[in-house]
Design a protein around this ligand. Sequence first.
Ligand code: GLV
Ligand code: GLV
Length: 319
Amino acid sequence: MSRVVVTGRVPDAAIEKLRAEHEVEMWPDPEPIGREELLRRVAGVDAVVSLLTERIDAELLDAAGPQLKVVANVAVGYDNIDVPACTERSVVATNTPGVLTDATADIAFGLILMATRRLGEGERLIRSGREWKWGMFFLLGSGLQGKTLGVVGMGGIGQATARRARAFGMEIVYQSRSEIDAGIAAELGARRVELDELLSVSDVVSLHCPYGPATHHLIGAEQLAAMQDSAYLVNTARGPIVDEAALASALREGRIAGAGLDVYEHEPRVHPELRELDNVVLLPHLGSATVETRTAMAVLAAENVLAVLGGQRPPTPIG
Ligand code: GLV
Ligand code: GLV
């Protein structure tokens, strides 16, 4: 029996899987575990199942001790994990790719519809109790058919978002570190371009790249200026990919038409100016938030832990 600590509440199915073989301690509160408490609880454990709200760095790995074998993140993004620090200590790090692809693409497309059709504005209007009536020019949005979606980061989630966009009659361009599978590119009619071109030709720009030093403020004032003033920006990836202050200025000054955000630069804080603007839709990081997906993510993290503790290669290692 090894000792496993789970840094926050996860679906029972994952805990049961782990408990069948190991001694498991789970932080039981809906509130994130505090840093001190976390450092205390990891001492002497063999495995950590981490949520994206926890920073897994050298300090934490050292607090755990040299017997630590695996850190299993219950997320596809792993910017909360210092992977080199894990590697130096021979700790295997894993994430949960694949299982949240459709759920996240659904939210990206939901934001595209909300932003372009002004659904949040309409909802807020009715709830405000103000008078409204049908009108020929009332709350007109922008149609998607025949428009171009620019996908930044064409991994699984980017491709799944592009597939939804095709069903809505959109054309696809994408920017990616590598060329995607030719069959998928053909099916999506997707053309690979440089970021500059993507920004200037797209009616909607949707971000699906990982966050790291290379993508910090990938979308800043200059990139927003390169977009059309009728275009929309959607971010379901990680907040700091976008310079939020620059985005707020661009939205306020009408230099782009609108935006839809599920993630924030200083999460869970939201730039105060964004909350005042009507042309931005704000969601509280719901990308993978379905019962089915969260269960699949936690179970995959548990499988990663069980594999490493059993001396096997985990299903989804990072890197
Ligand atoms: C969620 O944001 C994830 O990275 O899984
Ligand atoms: C990554 O892009 C994924 O689809 O999991």
